[in-house]
Design a protein around this ligand. Structure first.
Ligand code: AQP
Length: 328
């Protein structure tokens, strides 16, 4: 039996190399063997303030990048979350069945609160994992390919589903997180102790997928490293370890092969080769992205088709849930 796969990215900033290596590239390799749903989770993005024009543009940009990276609507269902209303509706029902204490334990929420003032944090941000649970459970997904940072949210989804099934009878498939071994956690170039994030306010720490080649090179050459000289993976040296990790993810070399490749050479060589490898990997993506930018009607057609196909499956689950809880 084919497994059902669901994953998404929020349009909360320009897509980064972290999003590509930790998510997008893995999805492309999964779509042949699985029934796959890939969405742009715009309802999640508005849990933090977004400029409406930027949000609209980024949502389309990310859809174009999905297709440019090789997601194929003949194999996968590609859609925008807010276009399928069942996400909000199931989200509300699950809200009413989720203990607050479960949400209070979510580390991503705690991290984000720690960065800003509690007054400015929205209820939506607190509630983010419940909406994510609705995304996954609507499609009865077996597998959720995510980076390491999202593991806790998928485990939370499992708890929500088990609790619902226990109370109302078998309704939801219990999903599993699928964490890759390479590229699972790409770190910031300017502060390698924190992950590369698309909403990072410091642009020097992130490589955006649409950054021009010269900018990519400049950011990598200025990436923060320690005072050592020998390029090897070492938890005590997060800067060089991160650069080697990215190189290994881009070239498909194992850690041992990567260390052997740079044996006897310096950090400068790592940076130069990494810049070349990154620019080479991004070039076809940027070219294809431009094609969809030049033909917006084609992108509209793709997203309309995705929404129609996703809605059929989502509505079926929603109706079942509504009946079980007594709303129908
Ligand atoms: N640095 C990363 N390394 C590996 N994988 C990553 N992902 C994100 N950053 C890295 C994976 O990309 C997907 C996108 O998830 P998201 O957009 O829902 O939110 P996120 O995980 O919070 O991603 P960002 O880029 O850090 O966004 P912001 O800045 O808005 O919070 C997920 O599969 C994630 O694991």
């Amino acid at each position: 039996m084919q497994k059902r796969v669901l994953s998404g990215i929020q349009p909360s900033g320009e897509l980064t190399l972290g999003n590509y290596l930790g998510a997008l590239r893995r999805w492309v390799s999964m779509q042949d063997k699985n029934e796959s749903y890939f969405c742009i989770v715009d309802l999640h993005a508005i849990t933090e303030p977004q400029d409406p024009q930027d949000l609209r543009r980024r949502t389309r940009d990310i859809a174009a990048l999905y297709l440019a990276a090789g997601l194929d609507s003949a194999k996968s269902i590609i859609f925008v979350q807010s276009h399928v209303r069942a996400h909000s509706e199931l989200g509300w029902i699950l809200n009413c069945m989720t203990p607050m204490g479960w949400l209070e334990r979510m580390t991503q929420f705690k991290d984000k609160v720690a960065k800003g003032s509690a007054e400015r944090v929205s209820v939506g941000l607190f509630d983010y994992p419940v909406l994510m649970a609705a995304d996954i459970l609507l499609y009865q997904a077996h597998l959720v390919p995510v980076g390491d940072d999202q593991r806790q949210h998928v485990e939370f989804t499992r708890d929500v589903a088990l609790r619902f099934n226990h109370r109302f009878g078998d309704t939801f498939t219990i999903p599993e997180p699928l964490i890759g071994d390479t590229g699972a956690r790409i770190m910031s170039l300017s502060d390698p102790t924190k992950k590369m994030s698309k909403s990072d306010e410091d642009p020097s720490g992130t490589i955006a997928l649409l950054d021009p080649p010269e900018l990519v090179r400049r950011k990598i050459m200025r990436a923060k490293t320690d005072s050592g000289t020998e390029p090897r993976f070492d938890d005590e040296r997060p800067g060089i370890t991160n650069l080697l990790e990215i190189f290994s993810a881009l070239t498909g070399k194992s850690r041992a092969e990567t260390e052997a490749h740079f044996a006897g050479r310096g950090y400068g060589d790592v940076k130069r080769e990494l810049a070349d490898a990154t620019i080479t990997a991004l070039e076809p993506l940027q070219r294809e992205h431009q094609r969809y930018t030049d033909d917006p009607a084609e992108l509209d057609r793709e997203l309309r088709k995705g929404c129609e196909r996703a809605s059929v499956v989502a509505e079926q689950t929603l109706r079942d849930v509504q009946e079980k809880v007594g709303l129908r």
